[in-house]
Design a protein around this ligand. Structure first.
Ligand code: NAG
Ligand code: NAG
Ligand code: NAG
Ligand code: NAG
Ligand code: NAG
Ligand code: NAG
Ligand code: NAG
Length: 605
């Protein structure tokens, strides 16, 4: 009997203890904060986000809530927990009834507030001015309707304010409006990021009062007018200024040259005019400079060579005329785009030094000088192994193909006037080249030995295009693919000779030999090595003759087959039409007998 009673008493003690404990817990949360949170969550319809937000429990334990030791809510982070997918879709399918967060202003100890990836489809809260201790405000992808609440300007402790106006999918319910001038009261701000908003009006000149700013990001909006030049005079701690994709006009303010700590300056995709002010040459900490897609004129300044920390330089889509050799001093560059300007004259050989000082083994340089009027020959200076991509397409380069380019992964020298067939420079022992574009040049005569040798030595070569030249003689075997070659295009040349009767280890997916003078039969041995890999085969506009081989219908991945405009004869094997993957088929203008499958147009895009 004694034993039972002891057990009983023990149970009662445990019960009392746990009740007391849970009461302690429940007491942790400040009742008025809890009330404010519950009223906030009550506005939501639908989602599972608030499953832990139950009236009878401690609000400090709720998902997204963090309290001070005295039970006051100091952090509230409400965001969609899932990356896109069906569950996330359901959560996103939230909407809000009433005024979002009318009671949020009661959380007077709040320091951090995040509302992200939730489709409110309602106006944003207007009580931010009551949050006098708020230091961080993050709002992304919320599809608020209306405009940014001017009350945010009253949250005067804010150090970080980021807002991204995008909804997940257009349309957005945001109404374009100017940046509220109340934001100029936020003088403690270090980071101000108002992106993808679709503002109207100008950058408020009173932003120059936000002197603690290190990051000012106002990209992808509709801001107009000039950049207030006082920013360069007062906001001296600025490290990152990003104003990309607006409608800003006027010259780039020379005062920006005073921002000695600036590392990132993005002014691309605007309507800036004039030349680059020489004061920008004082920004010796600059790592990223993007002035692309404006209407800037003059020479590319030689003093850019002083900005030795530069890692990315984008001056594309402007009206610049001269390429200074001093750019070769930018040895840390990983991205250089001067594409689509009016650059004239020779390409300085110093370009080969760009990127040579990249310390990290995994980084390399991407160069784009396409769409200009550069002329003379391409210097043979690309052997550093640090240049990963070189695009010189659509210029006026003459001369030959410098073989140090074999040490570059992607090489595009198409649409130039290259013609010289003799070897320029030495072919590296182990080329790293992956893609080579030589189309639309002036090469003529038989394919030179350096080309065949390059094709054979470059183990990783997967794409080659030599179309639209005047090559003659027979198609080099290398174009039919060693093991890694996937796309080969030799169309629009004057190759004659016949197709090989068999191939060794080809894995070609795309072969275009159309518009040449290739004659003779198609051997079944030629097809048999391509049956599994070939995706698109174009042999049209040649002089191929004889019947189609019996294995013509055995392709397993073929999507596109064009054999039109040849001299092929005999019966078309019935299996050709039954290739399960085939979408496009053209056998017209041959001498086939019997039933010829009619042309199958490509599927609509
Ligand atoms: C609450 O926030 C404080 C300060 O940011 C942090 O140290 C603490 O780990 C947070 N607690 C929880 C449960 O997230
Ligand atoms: C979104 O909500 C509407 C109406 O409540 C419903 O018909 C629709 O199926 C929901 N969509 C998703 C992806 O949950
Ligand atoms: C965003 O708001 C607009 C206008 O209010 C609405 O048409 C659109 O469906 C909303 N998008 C989402 C994903 O809820
Ligand atoms: C090179 O630049 C041209 C023009 O800007 C572009 O069309 C082409 O795709 C680029 N080549 C490569 C390999 O990216
Ligand atoms: C081959 O090059 C020609 C001319 O440059 C082009 O029209 C054609 O689309 C290319 N073929 C393939 C398969 O890419
Ligand atoms: C191919 O063309 C060259 C001239 O360019 C000619 O000498 C040669 O005999 C031709 N070969 C064939 C097989 O027609
Ligand atoms: C087409 O082939 C026939 C033999 O089948 C030959 O007599 C004729 O010359 C060839 N025509 C062309 C243009 O190659």
């Amino acid at each position: 009997m004694m034993e039972v009673s002891f057990k009983y008493r023990w149970r009662v003690t445990v019960l009392i203890l746990s009740v007391t404990l849970s009461q302690c817990y429940a007491l942790k949360c400040n009742p008025s904060d809890k009330k404010a949170l519950l009223e906030f969550s009550a506005g939501f319809t639908g989602p599972a986000i608030f499953e832990t937000w139950k009236a009878g429990t401690d609000c400090c334990q709720w998902w997204g809530v963090n309290c001070t030791t005295t039970g006051r809510v100091q952090e509230l982070r409400i965001f969609n927990r899932f990356t896109p997918g069906p569950v996330a879709m359901a959560e996103r399918n939230t909407s809000y009834k009433g005024v979002v967060g009318a009671t949020l202003g009661d959380l007077s100890e709040l320091r951090v507030l995040e509302l992200s990836s939730i489709m409110f489809n309602a106006p944003m809260p207007t009580t931010f001015d009551k949050l006098k201790k708020l230091e961080e405000l993050r709002m992304y992808l919320n599809n608020f309707t209306g405009s940014l609440s001017p009350s945010i300007g009253g949250a005067t402790s804010l150090k970080l304010f980021t807002f991204d106006g995008r909804p997940y999918f257009p349309p957005s319910g945001f109404v374009p409006a100017p940046i509220p001038s109340t934001f100029c009261q936020l003088t403690k701000l270090r980071t101000l990021e108002l992106t993808t908003v679709g503002f109207t009006g100008k950058i408020p000149p009173c932003f120059c009062k936000l002197v603690q700013l290190t990051h000012l990001h106002l990209y992808e909006s509709n801001l107009q007018g000039e950049v207030p030049s006082c920013i360069g005079e007062t906001v001296q701690n600025l490290e990152s200024l990003q104003l990309t994709s607006n409608k800003l006009t006027g010259p780039i303010p020379a005062t920006l040259g005073r921002l000695k700590k600036l590392q990132t300056l993005y002014l691309g995709q605007n309507r800036f005019t004039g030349s680059i002010p020489p004061e920008i040459g004082n920004l010796l900490s600059l790592k990223n400079l993007n002035l692309g897609s404006n209407s800037l004129t003059g020479s590319i300044p030689a003093w850019l060579g002083r900005l030795s920390e530069l890692q990315s330089l984008d001056l594309s889509n402007n009206l610049f005329t001269r390429f200074p050799s001093e750019l070769g001093k930018l040895v840390k560059l990983q991205y250089l785009s001067l594409s689509t300007n009016k650059l004239q004259g020779n390409l300085p050989s110093e370009i080969g030094n760009c990127g040579s000082g990249i310390a990290d083994d995994w980084s390399s340089l991407y160069i784009d000088i396409s769409n200009n009027r550069l002329s003379g020959s391409i210097p043979d200076v690309f052997g550093s192994g640090k240049i990963w991509s070189f695009n010189a397409s659509n210029n006026l380069f003459t001369g030959g193909f410098p073989l140090s380019l074999a040490m570059v992964g992607t090489v595009d020298v198409s649409h130039n006037l290259l013609w010289y067939l003799k070897q320029v420079g030495r072919l590296p022992a182990s080329p790293v080249m992956i893609r080579l574009y030589l189309q639309n040049n002036r090469f003529s005569g038989p394919v030179p030995t350096w080309f065949t040798e390059l094709m054979t030595r470059a183990e990783h070569l997967s794409e080659v295009d030599i179309s639209v030249n005047k090559f003659t003689g027979s198609v080099p075997m290398a174009l039919f693919g060693s093991f890694g070659l996937w796309r080969s295009n030799a169309s629009y040349n004057s190759f004659n000779g016949s197709l090989p009767t068999e191939l060794f280890r080809s894995g070609l997916g795309f072969l275009d030999l159309s518009h040449n003078r290739v004659s003779g039969p198609i051997a079944s041995g030629f097809f048999s090595s391509l049956l599994e890999s070939m995706f698109q085969l174009d042999l049209s506009f040649n002089a191929l003759s004889g019947p189609l081989p019996q294995n013509s219908g055995d392709f397993t991945a073929l999507n596109y087959l064009d054999l039109s405009d040849n001299n092929l004869s005999g019966k078309v094997p019935a299996s050709v039409e039954k290739i399960p993957t085939l979408q496009f088929l053209d056998l017209a203008h041959n001498k086939f007998t019997g039933r010829v499958p009619s042309k199958r147009p490509p599927p609509p895009p």
